[in-house]
Design a protein around this ligand. Sequence first.
Ligand code: MF3
Ligand code: CO
Length: 248
Amino acid sequence: MLILKTINEIEQMKVSSRIAAEVLKRLEKEITPGISTGELDKIAESFISQRGGTPSFKGYRGYPASICSSINEEVVHGIPGQRKLKEGDLLKIDVGVFKDGFHGDVTESYAVGTISPEAKILKEITEKSLYAGISKVLEGNRIGDISSAIQHCAESNGYTVVKDFTGHGIGRSLHEDPQVTNFGKPGTGLRLKDGMVFCIEPMLNAGSADVEILKDRWTVVTKDRNLSAHFEHTIAVVDGKAEILTRL
Ligand code: MF3
Ligand code: CO
């Protein structure tokens, strides 16, 4: 079921979304070799509570932390812990914030120190594919227009898109309709209209698109252990176009 949001509700969603974006800004300066992902999680959790929010992910289907931290071949849902960041790592941080009844959800990929040229290009193209998707958010367009723009950007640059995880509607629940896949055909799917709020979140792999889940039952890795990158924004359709709620 699609839940359209009123202008007022979108204003409220700006609050949780903004805090989520601020968490990433706060963490960015800590992202250096030697810090553990568990320490990043602690900083995020206390930042969120200082701002009067709660972490959307903690307890979601039993997820144990406030952020997801996924390194190199880890695609999404990496659990923070003792592991320390190393020079050259490609780190993805995903964070969700719940405040005043609504969620906001955002992801960015980061270079730890200097990364390989291959990792750097993958990271840049993944962000570019997010914005290629966002550029299709216009009233009258369809979800498939977003999906296909992401897929085209990825594949024309020699990358594959992960098919097992998708973007999603967001609001009073972290995951609502519609699903926003990172592959699809233009002119297909739900028509976009004012009041829709959803997350667009391309995950691009340097090798094959196949993924698997580790024994911790959360961490998603590429099957061939090649690099993966991920970016995400929470987007509202307002006045027939995209408003990025998780951009500072
Ligand atoms: N941004 C991801 C998603 O929308 C993060 C979910 S992590 C979880 O699926 F722990 F909440 F599952
Ligand atoms: Co999401």
